[in-house]
Design a binder for this molecule. Structure first.
Ligand SMILES: CC(C)(COP(=O)(O)OP(=O)(O)OC[C@H]1O[C@@H](n2cnc3c(N)ncnc32)[C@H](O)[C@@H]1OP(=O)(O)O)[C@@H](O)C(=O)NCCC(=O)NCCS
Length: 176
C-alpha cells in the first residue's frame, strides 16, 4: 500500500526496519508533551512494542489502520493512524499523528490527515473521525481545521499527564 501525500512523502505500511527512525525522532520533548502514548526517553523497547501493536491492528483489520509517513528516500518521518480501531466494531474512530521535527511546517501533517480521511471514509466506510488536541497545541488544531474538522467542544481536565490536568479540544469530521 502506498498513498502519495506530498511531492516528497507518502503513507505506507510500517516495517520492523523503521525502529531506528522512531528512536531518532521520538526522543523529542515537544512530541512527548503534545501526545499521550509516546514515552520520553523513547527506547528500542518502545519502538518494538509500538511495531508489535501496529502489526496486531493490521492483522485484526486485515489491512493497515496505522501508517508510516515516509520520505521519498524511504525513511519514516512520522505516523498517522486510528490507534486500536477495529473496522466493523464502531462507526467512528479517533485519529492520531506526529511528524518528525525537521519536517514541521511543510504541510505534511495536513496532507497526511487529508489522505487518512480519504482512506477512512472511502475504504473503511467510517461515518465519523475524531481528533482530540491538547488545548496548548494550536498547530494540530490548525491541521484539523484545514481538513474540515469542526470544533465540537472543550473537554475540561480530560487528560492527566505528569500530574497536570489538560483540557482537550474535541474535533470531529463527518463522512459526507
Ligand atoms: C502538530 C504537527 C503534527 C503539525 O505538523 P506539520 O507537518 O508541521 O503541520 P502542517 O505544516 O501541515 O500545518 C501546520 C499548521 O499549523 C500552523 N501553526 C504552526 N505553529 C502554530 C502556532 N504556534 N499557532 C498557530 N498555528 C500554528 C502552521 O502555520 C500551519 O498552518 P498554515 O498552513 O495555515 O500556515 C507537528 O508539529 C507535530 O508532530 N507535533 C508534535 C505531535 C503532535 O502534536 N501531534 C498531534 C497530537 S493531537
Amino acid at each position: 500500500m502506498r498513498i502519495a501525500i506530498t511531492e516528497e512523502t507518502a503513507l505506507t505500511e510500517m516495517e520492523r526496519s523503521d525502529a531506528p527512525a522512531f528512536l531518532k525522532y521520538c526522543n523529542d520533548r515537544d512530541i512527548y508533551r503534545t501526545t499521550l502514548r509516546i514515552p520520553l526517553p523513547y527506547t528500542e523497547k518502545d519502538a518494538q512494542s509500538f511495531l508489535d501493536f501496529v502489526a496486531e491492528t493490521t492483522e485484526k483489520n486485515g489491512r493497515p489502520v496505522n501508517l508510516a509517513i515516509r520520505h521519498a528516500g524511504g525513511e519514516l518521518i512520522g505516523c498517522i493512524g486510528l490507534g486500536e480501531h477495529v473496522v466493523g466494531t464502531s462507526h467512528r474512530a479517533e485519529m492520531g499523528y506526529w511528524i518528525a521535527r525537521p519536517f514541521w511546517g511543510r504541510g505534511i501533517a495536513t496532507a497526511a490527515v487529508a489522505a487518512m480521511c480519504g482512506y477512512a471514509f472511502g475504504e473503511l466506510k467510517l461515518a465519523k473521525l475524531t481528533g482530540h488536541v491538547f488545548s496548548f497545541n494550536p498547530a494540530s488544531s490548525r491541521v484539523l481545521e484545514k481538513n474540515g474538522f469542526e470544533l465540537e467542544g472543550r473537554l475540561r481536565r480530560h487528560y492527566l499527564k505528569d500530574g497536570e490536568f489538560i483540557d482537550a479540544l474535541a474535533y470531529g469530521r463527518l463522512n459526507g
